[in-house]
Design a protein around this ligand. Structure first.
Ligand code: SAM
Ligand code: SF4
Length: 352
C-alpha cells in the first residue's frame, strides 16, 4: 500500500471537515484513547506483574522526559486522540507528575486525563492532582485483606485505600476500582469488592488476568463466574446502555446500588473489534496492540530531531498495521510464558 492510500484510510475528516479529525486504523476502528506509561518503576511487586528480583529497569536516560511525552501527545491529539490515561509501573512514583498532568490537560484536543494507580501514594497527592486538573482515578484493589495484600504485592502497606477512594470521591474525581481476578486467590473477595459500589458512585471493575509474563503461571477467574457470584449476593446485573468509560469494560447496574459493576474480559469475550487504544511505553515505544511488538520507536524520532509532521506521518502510516485482534488464545499460557506475543513482557513494562 502506498503512503497516500494509507493516509487516506487513517485520517478521516469529521462532519465539519477539517475538524474534528478521526484517526482510523486499517480495519476501520476509530482510535481516540492513549495510555501513557511514565515509569516502569513500582513500589509494589505484584506476583502476577513483576518478578521480585532481576527486573532489568529501563535506564533513566532511556525514559522519555515529560517534554518529550508532551510533544508526542500534541501530535497524537492533532490526529484525534482525545482521552489520555497516565499509568506505569506506578505513575505516582515519578516526580512532578501533577505538573505534567496540568500540561497534558492544556494540550489542545485532549479533553480527559485519568490516572491508574495502586493507590499507595494517592492519598498524599490527591489535592495537588485535583488542582492539576486530573479528571479520573482508577485504583487497583485486588484484595482487602492485609495479609493477602502482602502475599500478593510482597510489600507491607498500612494505607487504607478505601478511605483514599472516599476522599477522591469527595473531591469530585471520577473513581473506578480495578480488580484483577486470580483463581484460587481472590474470587472469594469479589462480592465484597463489588459491594464498595453499593453506597459509592464508583465503578467496581473485574478484570480477567491476561497471560503476560509473570501472569502466565496464574489462572484467570472469568467474568461470567464473577457475575454469578455478584448476582447471587446482590441480585440481577442490569445492562447499562450509556457509555461509562473509554475502554472495553461492559457495565451493569444493580437495584439499590449508587455505582456500577464493570467487567473487562480479554480472555472470555474478545473485544478487539472495538479497540480504540494506543499505548506509549515509558521508553517511548508507541505500541499498537497489547499483544505483539508492532509499533514505532518514537523516542528515537523525537531525540533525532524529527518534526511534528514527520512523526504525524509515520504514526498514520503505521496505524494500518494495528492488529485486528490479540492472540491470547493461541498457544499462550504457563507452558510458554506467553511466547506468542513477546514472552517475558509484563504489564508494568507495557503500561497497563
Ligand atoms: N501500578 C498501577 C496499578 O497497579 O494500578 C498501574 C500500572 S498496572 C500495570 C495497571 C493495571 O494492570 C493494574 O490494574 C494491574 O492489576 C493490571 N495488570 C497487570 N498485569 C495484568 C495482567 N497480566 N492481566 C490483567 N491485568 C493486569
Ligand atoms: Fe506495580 Fe501495578 Fe504491576 Fe502491581 S500491578 S507490580 S502495583 S505496576
Amino acid at each position: 500500500m502506498s503512503n497516500e492510500q494509507c493516509f487516506s484510510k487513517t485520517l478521516v475528516p469529521g462532519p465539519q471537515s477539517p475538524v474534528p479529525i478521526f484517526l482510523v486504523d486499517g480495519v476501520g476502528r476509530n482510535i481516540d484513547y492513549l495510555r501513557v506509561s511514565v515509569t516502569d518503576r513500582c513500589n509494589l511487586r505484584c506476583l502476577y506483574c513483576m518478578p521480585n528480583e532481576g527486573v532489568g529497569w529501563i535506564p533513566h536516560e532511556d525514559v522519555l522526559r515529560y517534554e518529550e511525552i508532551l510533544k508526542i501527545c500534541r501530535v497524537l491529539a492533532g490526529l484525534g486522540i482525545k482521552s489520555v490515561r497516565v499509568t506505569g509501573g506506578e505513575p505516582l512514583l515519578r516526580r512532578e507528575l501533577a505538573v505534567f498532568i496540568s500540561e497534558l490537560k492544556a494540550v489542545k484536543g485532549i479533553t480527559k486525563v485519568g490516572l491508574t494507580t495502586n493507590g499507595v501514594l494517592l492519598g498524599e497527592q490527591l489535592e495537588v492532582l485535583w488542582k492539576a486538573g486530573l479528571d479520573a482515578v482508577n485504583i487497583s484493589i485486588n484484595t482487602m485483606d492485609r495479609e493477602k495484600f502482602m502475599r500478593l504485592t510482597r510489600i507491607e502497606s498500612a494505607v487504607n485505600v478505601i478511605s483514599v477512594i472516599d476522599q477522591a470521591l469527595e473531591m469530585g474525581f471520577e473513581v473506578k476500582v480495578n480488580t484483577v481476578m486470580i483463581r484460587g486467590f481472590n474470587e472469594e473477595e469479589i462480592t465484597a469488592i463489588a459491594g464498595l459500589a453499593k453506597t459509592r458512585n464508583i465503578a467496581a471493575r473485574f478484570i480477567e488476568l491476561m497471560p503476560l509474563g509473570e501472569a502466565a503461571s496464574f489462572k484467570p477467574f472469568y467474568a461470567h463466574e464473577a457475575a454469578a457470584l455478584i448476582e447471587g449476593t446482590y441480585g440481577t446485573l442490569l445492562p447499562v446502555s450509556a457509555k461509562l468509560g473509554n475502554g472495553p469494560a461492559v457495565y451493569y447496574a444493580i437495584a439499590g446500588f449508587a455505582g456500577h459493576i464493570g467487567f473487562i474480559s480479554p480472555m472470555s469475550r474478545r473485544f478487539c473489534e472495538t479497540c480504540n487504544k494506543l499505548r506509549l511505553t515509558a521508553s517511548g515505544f508507541l505500541k499498537l496492540c497489547l499483544c505483539g511488538d508492532k509499533g514505532i520507536d518514537l523516542r528515537g524520532l523525537v531525540r533525532g530531531g524529527a518534526s511534528d509532521e514527520e512523526i504525524n506521518g509515520l504514526i498514520r502510516e503505521q496505524l494500518a498495521l494495528k492488529p485486528a485482534g490479540h492472540r491470547f488464545d493461541e498457544s499462550v499460557g504457563a507452558e510458554n510464558g506467553g511466547a506468542a506475543f513477546g514472552g517475558s513482557v509484563n504489564m508494568f513494562r507495557i503500561g497497563g
